[in-house]
Design a protein. Structure first.
Length: 311
């Protein structure tokens, strides 16, 4: 009963929360120019990348952020250059393509942000576990690598507004008759989850009457569902989306039920990280994110990189 009351409270909060849409995570030792001050060079670079951002995006860099942008009162100068870090083994967010180029959703999101702000940016890939330390040491100005905005990450970095959210979701076999994806509906059902994750903690808090079956890895949990050893799988919706759309799922399964976005467990979304003392830069990049959304760049990237709806 306690779990059901807690569940009802969570669903009320989620219903009141604005719908968010997803976005991003590029290659060791490689540096690429994202936006050029030269209009001609920038236009060519973005055309080759498959992004058309409009002629206005390639005007000469402006020196200050207009007060009218987003209603923010800011009178500091825009940076001359923003040095981004990311990593290169998280497709489709950051990865090396067949031609050896650093690419992905995060890369193109950084391009869009820098173009809309008319500033010069570079991006370099480094190992994932070194990114925030390199940021803190001054080796970079920003990190765009799908870091969740959590309390732990806020202790070492300042974040922009989120540019995407990754909800948790349930997946069942396509021939399953389960359609009531609630604590009562899944009572006594075997639900698979990766051990030690926020998803396991969520299940134990809200699905106490279900049989929680833990696995060491996503692949083990997905295999168990595919072969009918569990009734449902609860995991990161983004990873599940790519698995369902890929060959390894053998089209065995499908999303069932809605999305789960409780911030206590799944964070406040994903943002661009900057150093703790660089709140002004976070505000500038947040404005770039807003401009990319308002001008259609963000929607174009979603359509390009996400094969099915995450929500």
């Amino acid at each position: 009963m306690r779990a059901e009351r807690r569940w009802a409270s969570v669903k009320r909060r989620e219903a009141a929360r604005p719908q968010a849409r997803p976005a991003l995570r590029v290659a060791p030792g490689r540096v690429i120019a994202i936006a050029a001050a030269c209009a001609k060079c920038a236009a060519v670079g973005f055309a080759l990348a498959g992004i058309w951002l409009g002629d206005a995006a390639f005007a000469q860099p402006i020196e200050t952020l207009p007060e009218a942008w987003g209603g923010r009162h800011v009178d500091f100068e825009l940076p001359q250059e923003v040095r981004f870090l990311t990593e290169d083994d998280f497709p489709p967010f950051n990865y090396i393509d067949e031609n050896g180029n650093l690419t992905g959703f995060n890369i193109d999101m950084a391009r869009a942000v820098c173009s809309r702000l008319n500033i010069v940016c570079t991006i370099k890939a480094q190992p994932w576990d070194e990114l925030l330390a390199l940021l803190a040491s001054g080796e970079a100005d920003a990190v765009i690598a799908s870091h969740a905005i959590t309390e732990a990450n806020r202790r070492v970095a300042t974040f922009t507004d989120p540019y995407y959210y990754t909800p948790a979701r349930f997946v069942v076999r396509s021939d399953s008759e389960l359609d009531d994806i609630t604590p009562p509906g899944l009572a006594e059902r075997r639900i698979g989850v990766v051990k030690g994750t926020a998803h396991e903690a969520y299940l134990r808090a809200f699905f106490a009457d279900s049989v929680v079956v833990t696995f060491e890895s996503d692949s083990d949990a997905r295999s168990a569902l595919r072969f009918g050893k569990i009734d449902a799988l609860f995991a990161d919706g983004l990873g599940l989306m790519y698995w369902l759309n890929g060959a390894s799922s053998r089209r065995c399964c499908q999303f069932r039920g809605g999305v789960f976005t409780e911030t206590y467990y799944f964070g406040d979304g994903v943002g661009i990280a900057v150093a703790r003392d660089r709140g002004e830069l976070a505000a500038v990049l947040s404005e770039g994110i807003r401009l990319a959304r308002d001008n259609g760049d963000y929607e174009e990237l979603l359509l390009r990189y996400f094969p099915m709806s995450l929500y």
